[in-house]
Ligand binder design. Structure first.
Ligand code: FAD
Length: 392
């Protein structure tokens, strides 16, 4: 077995943010990051890749460039946890022992939960911004659309970036309008949920926009199957099955805690790593912390939330090492730049209680170019050069 003082599982948004902060604050610590992927992705920009505004390559950089100097990168996948023995099990290498563990392996996309989808996604008008492999095809579908039915789905499960299923719909609708196809197109939002957005203030603004832009909203519609040959989608609405035909369909896949976490002693009943919602410390294993999409933190799962969680996790992990009380607390902050068109963003920001907590001195429920510029040009720079370097 190998041993490191701190072991971080996952080198995504949360893993690298935590690693960089530990590097800056406690350079003497022996830290290892377990991450199987050679590539680090900036997923928030996938919305604008699908919308045809950016090439997908700009969202991918070598993982190696973001492993802090002095930290060990174990390029392997975790398969299990033995928290009593303070040990993690890897797919290929020998087990790794730790003094403290940070679990941030993201959320799992369950394509196969929709019958017929796994083999068909990325072909025949079935696209998704939720994966690097399929995101470029979204723009192909939008730009080659010639009228007919464009369907945008959202599943019944928790997902990352709750706004993403509709952002791409607004972009597509605008594209169809600009190309003079709008009268020949039905654009529909088929959402398993009951409303267009969770936070009241933005929900009202989005509902108004949906009426203005003639979006057909189908709530309580849970996509369960596709017939790619006939281009028919099958939805469950309560007890009933409803079929809709489509010319293109953007699918947001059902998501869950990664299976290797859900099947481990770290999980709560729903499968997420069970942590205190303020300190991010595990409720049963004091030397374990978790943040980001795989944690049980009851916030909207976004990179923006991770930005506020990472400093809390790091402060409390170091306090715990030093035998000090855990004083840092996360307030549930999350944010979602709702792209409503090219050059238009409604920047939703809110806390655990769904209260808006806006950063700017104007009404953020109104879409603006300045907030679009922030999302398209500002935030990616802040991400690569600030957040992933432990500086913000
Ligand atoms: P990730 O960044 O996904 O990282 C998880 C890491 O764990 C990955 O590197 C993965 O390879 C690794 N891993 C997986 N399995 C294992 C294993 N077995 N062992 C070790 N490592 C493993 N957020 C925003 O803030 N704003 C937005 O506008 C926004 N838009 C989005 C649009 C789309 C289309 C998508 C898909 C996401 C969007 N997000 C947005 C969400 C944001 O990307 C995530 O919430 C964020 O990346 C979560 O960070 P994380 O570290 O928890 O997970």
């Amino acid at each position: 077995t190998r041993h490191h003082q701190v072991v971080i599982i996952g080198g995504g948004t949360a893993g690298i943010s935590v690693a960089a902060r530990l590097h800056n604050l406690a350079p003497e610590l022996d830290v290892a990051i377990v991450e199987p992927s050679q590539v680090h992705y900036y997923q928030p920009l996938w919305t604008l890749v699908g919308g045809g505004e950016f090439a997908r390559d700009v969202t991918a950089r070598p993982e190696a460039d973001y492993i802090p100097s002095g930290h060990t990168w174990i390029c392997d996948a975790v398969e299990g946890f033995e928290p009593e023995q303070k040990r993690v099990l890897l797919r290929e290498g020998e087990p790794v022992e730790y003094e403290q563990l940070v679990v941030c392996a993201g959320i799992q996309l369950n394509w196969s939960a929709i019958e017929g989808l796994e083999d068909a996604i990325g072909t025949g008008g079935l696209c998704s911004n939720y994966s690097y492999d399929t995101v470029a095809y979204t723009w192909e579908c939008i730009s080659s659309f010639r009228g007919g039915r464009a369907v945008f789905t959202a599943p019944a499960t928790a997902i990352k970036c709750g706004g993403a299923p509709q952002k791409i719909m607004w972009l597509a609708e605008e594209n169809f309008r600009r190309r003079g196809l709008r009268d020949d197109a039905e654009v529909s939002f088929a959402n398993a949920g009951a409303r267009i957005f969770g936070v009241h203030k933005y929900r009202i603004a989005l509902e108004r926009l949906a009426v203005e832009r003639k979006i057909v909203t189908r709530f309580g519609h849970n996509l369960v199957g596709v017939d790619p040959g006939k281009k028919i989608a099958r939805f469950l609405t309560g007890e009933e099955t409803v079929e809709l035909d489509y010319d293109m369909m953007h699918v947001t896949p059902p998501q869950s805690a990664p299976s290797f976490i859900a099947d481990s002693p770290l999980a709560d009943e729903a499968g997420w790593v069970e942590v205190d919602k303020y300190s991010t410390q595990h409720t049963r294993f004091a030397d374990v912390f978790s943040l980001g999409d795989c944690s049980s933190l009851p916030c909207a799962k976004t990179g923006a939330a991770v930005r506020k969680q990472a400093p809390v996790t790091v402060a409390n992990l170091l306090a715990h090492r030093g035998g000090q009380p855990l004083e840092a607390a996360y307030d549930g902050y999350s944010s979602c730049p709702l792209v409503t068109g090219v050059g238009q963003v409604m920047l939703a920001e809110f806390d655990y209680d769904g209260n808006p907590c806006e950063s700017f001195p104007f009404d953020q429920a109104r879409p603006r170019y300045s907030m679009y510029a922030l999302k398209a040009y500002g935030l990616p720079e802040l991400y690569w050069n600030g957040m992933l370097r432990g500086r913000m």
